[in-house]
Design a protein around this ligand. Structure first.
Ligand SMILES: Cc1cc2nc3c(=O)[nH]c(=O)nc-3n(C[C@H](O)[C@H](O)[C@H](O)COP(=O)(O)OP(=O)(O)OC[C@H]3O[C@@H](n4cnc5c(N)ncnc54)[C@H](O)[C@@H]3O)c2cc1C
Length: 497
């Protein structure tokens, strides 16, 4: 048995991001992935939202993703597109980029950071004891870890073995998704009928304005609603042909599928994100309909919330109880995503009453305040962790301002590239003393004369200082005094040296 500080179960987007976060903090981490390599069969995420792009930018890797995909106004709620180009962020858009590319880029980054990814290895169980977790692999070998993190997807073995409840609701809709050839050209785009939604597209496309222009090359992607939301058999080409005829009157000569899969709106969330030395993140902690395109993004953000906390606990600078703040902060974010997807599934139904509700929601979202409110939620830019009352920045994401430091202009996110925290002081230089935490928190005297603007909220009063956690959220806001600073530093970064 080899021992590691952390074993990450699953090398999907969540597990890879977590591994990167832990590696940046110098923690010994390995990823165990049952797939033979990073290749992904079947279609999954088509892109990521603004806050997820920001989170990648905080680590200095957003450009790798931006250069591989296409930015566009893809934020939306049910059938309504929400333009976020007026939001105060460098990334006031979404990024269209398929999950297979997102995973490839994340895997390259994690490999550069020196994390071993054990492909073709499957975790079959684990036993937790006072000092760690013994993780069993299908090949009969085992790994020892101080902590095990289940990033092993919606059917998580880690969640089940830990005995963590997964309450929620069963599927009410189901869709077959496939990559196929067709002898006739189908009508590209998304269509709705009384039988449900059906859509056709190609993997090669371009986004022009709000329109997707498919190239007439390559295999065809097809999606069609099934009448039975709780089918138990694997979907077949025959099922697809039958459903296409029911929805469109023809199956367009569908043949030669590369893969056929199914997704539903089953909606469940782990009751606890932690059981002792075992934690859950990503789909292992929450599953929901893909409508709204948030699953991969919140998995990445779970990882970024957990990584620095876990590394501090492993290094002994913070007590084990810091890990409880992971559940406290991320469970409500997951619950809100689940609620938003359930509402969107309901608005996608095609009966008269739903059409009436959809019209009224559309009218509301055409108004300024509702648009900002819902777009803030769908883009993830409005997330606020409960860190108490005070300045509006408290518990919210720090904007990526360009500040002037003694060594020249710097973007705020550049201080976070190594997953470290930073205290930015905007008043008289060196009035704040954080010597007891100087091994954990960077101290920077900075100048910033521009506006302080937050998405949805608008302009806020300029703070005298801000303490920014490694995940980019503001843990303390100074008003010219140091009131509350020692408590905030101790809560988030442990006792002073
Ligand atoms: C049709 C569709 C469209 C979607 N569109 C979007 C979108 O546009 N935007 C978005 O943000 N999200 C979208 N999602 C959701 C997104 O795909 C998931 O939320 C995301 O994949 C979750 O990542 P994860 O790493 O948590 O889990 P997964 O991607 O499921 O990864 C889990 C990994 O764990 C491995 N594993 C499982 N069990 C074991 C084991 N016992 N031992 C070792 N390895 C194991 C698996 O092989 C897998 O690689 C979509 C999903 C679907 C189905």
């Amino acid at each position: 048995m080899t021992n590691h500080s952390v074993v990450v179960a699953g090398g999907g987007p969540t597990g890879l991001m977590l591994a990167g976060e832990l590696a940046l903090a110098g923690v010994d981490v390995v990823v165990v992935e049952r797939r033979p390599n990073q290749e992904l069969s079947g279609a999954r995420a088509l892109g990521i939202s603004s806050r997820t792009i920001e989170v990648l930018d905080q680590r200095g890797i957003a450009d790798r993703f931006l250069s591989a995909g296409q930015t566009a106004q893809v934020t939306g709620f049910a059938v309504t597109r929400l333009d976020i180009s007026d939001f105060p962020t460098r990334h006031n858009y979404g990024l269209a980029l398929r999950q297979k590319h997102i995973e490839r880029i994340l895997a390259d980054w994690v490999t550069e950071l020196g994390v071993p990814i054990f492909y073709d290895r499957e975790i079959t169980g684990f036993v937790q004891h006072a000092a760690g977790v013994d993780v069993a692999l299908a090949d009969g070998e085992s790994l020892g870890a101080q902590y095990l993190v289940g990033c092993d997807g919606g059917r998580s073995l880690i969640r089940k073995t830990a005995g963590i409840d997964f309450p929620g609701s069963d599927a009410t809709t189901s869709n077959i998704l496939a990559e196929v050839e067709m002898t006739e050209k189908p009508p590209y785009g998304v269509h709705r009928s009384s039988a449900g939604t059906y859509a056709f597209g190609r993997s090669e496309y371009e986004i022009k304005g709000s329109e997707i222009i498919f190239k007439d090359v390559g295999p065809i992607g097809v999606m069609v609603t099934e009448p039975n939301a709780n089918a138990t058999t694997e979907p077949t080409l025959h099922d697809l042909q039958t459903l296409l005829i029911a929805a469109c009157g023809t199956n367009y000569g569908v043949h030669s599928p590369t893969w056929i899969s199914r997704f539903t709106d089953v909606t469940r969330q782990a009751a606890q994100y932690r059981s002792g030395r075992v934690l859950l993140a990503g789909d292992a902690a929450h599953v929901h309909s893909p409508i709204g395109g948030q699953g991969l993004g919140i998995g990445i953000q779970d990882a970024v919330n957990l990584g620095w906390k876990l590394s501090q606990v492993i290094k002994g600078t913070s007590p084990d109880s810091l890990l409880d703040t992971y559940h406290a902060e991320r469970h409500p974010v997951g619950a809100r995503v689940l609620k938003a997807t359930m509402a969107q599934v309901a608005l996608h139904r095609e009966d008269d009453r739903t059409l009436a509700a959809r019209d009224i929601v559309g009218d509301l979202l055409a108004m300024e305040e509702p648009r900002k409110h819902i777009a803030g939620m769908m883009s993830g830019l409005d997330i606020r962790y409960e860190l108490g009352d005070g300045h509006p920045l408290l518990g919210r994401r720090m904007p990526d301002l360009e500040v002037v430091t003694t060594s020249g202009p710097r973007r705020v996110f550049s201080f976070l590239h190594n997953a470290e925290s930073v205290l930015l002081n905007f008043v008289a230089p060196s009035v704040i003393d954080i010597a007891g935490w100087s091994d954990r928190v960077q101290y920077v005297d900075a100048e910033y004369t521009g506006k302080w603007e937050l998405p949805v909220l608008g302009e806020v009063v300029a703070p005298a200082a801000v303490l920014i956690r490694p995940d980019g959220y503001v843990a303390w806001v100074g008003d010219g005094t140091v009131q509350g600073l020692t408590e905030a530093l101790t809560t988030w970064f442990g006792r002073p040296v």
